[in-house]
Design a protein around this ligand. Structure first.
Ligand SMILES: C[S@@+](CC[C@H](N)C(=O)[O-])C[C@H]1O[C@@H](n2cnc3c(N)ncnc32)[C@H](O)[C@@H]1O
Ligand SMILES: [Zn+2]
Length: 313
């Protein structure tokens, strides 16, 4: 963590500024381990492996999600090493935002639920002023290890109780996170407060009006799975991965060791969550209006279940 992160970090308990209490280890102007303290309520937050850890207690659902992504993101790192994959994801994001790479110059950007942090890292190469990647996963420390650009910061934090200064960002995007948050509308309100006048908020969600039978079956299945003990979840992830290897090898007419990893990532991505929500696009539009956004655009993906929503403050 660099000291300039104090510009946007706020106490998740009272919203006030933080200062550095102790520094145990530094490297290249980064604090690798130490403690932050709130100037108002005195709460302390550790800095671990270069990343401030602002997560308060997690309920069982959030803890399950966190655990799943700690596993999934590590298994998935190989995919992110593929340049085409990153390029494609950046292009899709910028197309949705209707922003060119040149427009990102000098902007402050928040990647809410940044996962392994690769997208935030890539965006910071477009001369942004600041890119902040926040995620609840403990393994966000790997994002810090993998991306040592000056303008990018990683924070372990909870979107439900967000430790960031209000009206700070020009662009906030939140990809594939809303369906798994405990209270999506509250999360939306939280993110909206962080946008400055003229800034843009972009989220993806799952359309509850989709007629796709698969999702109609999946929704109750998710709810049951999220209540299972973690050890059973793990056993199921291996069984699922074995089935995935068989089907993938047959379909792609070749066997690859990676299919097993892909299977486990897919399992944790699809079944390892504590919460699952789908949203009515009309309701999402109301969230934008309630929070003072204009130029609201909601689009459905080709299969009709994935939805993309954008508004300008
Ligand atoms: C499907 S992944 C998407 C990751 C990334 N946005 C992407 O598109 O590659 C969902 C991410 O949301 C994060 N997440 C879930 N609940 C969260 C919360 N309450 N606060 C912050 N991050 C959260 C998970 O840890 C996970 O990394
Ligand atoms: Zn405080």
């Amino acid at each position: 963590m660099r000291k300039d992160a104090l510009d946007f970090l706020r106490c998740p308990k009272c919203g006030r500024e933080l200062s550095i209490k102790t520094i145990f280890q530094t490297k290249d102007k980064e604090i690798i381990s130490g403690t932050l303290i709130c100037i108002s309520c005195g709460s302390t937050y550790p800095i671990k492996s270069g990343v401030p850890d602002m997560v308060q207690e997690m309920d069982r659902g959030v803890a399950l999600t966190e655990r799943s992504y700690n596993i999934a993101h590590v298994l998935e790192e190989k995919k992110w090493k593929c340049r085409d994959y990153i390029k494609r994801r950046v292009k899709t994001l910028l197309d949705h935002l209707e922003i060119s790479p040149e427009d990102l110059k000098g902007k402050k950007i928040l990647d809410a639920g940044c996962g392994g942090g690769q997208l935030a890292c890539k965006l910071s190469s477009f001369n942004c002023d600041v890119v902040v990647g926040i995620d609840i996963c403990r393994i966000i420390t790997r994002a810090f290890d993998n991306c040592r650009r000056k303008s990018v910061h990683y924070v372990r934090g909870d979107i439900m109780n967000i430790p960031i200064r209000e009206k700070y960002f020009d662009v906030i995007y939140c990809l594939d996170v809303f369906p798994i948050l405990p209270n999506p509308e509250k999360a939306f309100d939280n993110l909206s407060r962080l946008i400055r006048e003229g800034g843009v908020l972009f989220i993806t969600f799952i359309n509850s009006n989709s007629d796709i039978l698969f999702w109609k079956i999946m929704y109750p299945t998710w709810r049951i799975l999220s209540r299972l003990p973690l050890s059973i979840q793990d056993v199921l992830s291996y069984l699922f991965a074995v089935c995935f290897v068989l089907v993938s090898s047959f379909k792609r007419r070749k066997f690859s060791k990676n299919f097993f990893n892909e299977g486990r990532v897919l399992y944790y991505d699809m079944f390892g969550q504590g919460y699952y929500y789908t949203e009515d696009p009309k309701e999402v539009r109301k969230w934008f209006i309630k929070n003072g956004f204009r130029k609201i655009e909601i689009k459905l993906g080709s299969a009709g279940f994935r939805a993309y929503a954008r508004g300008i403050k």
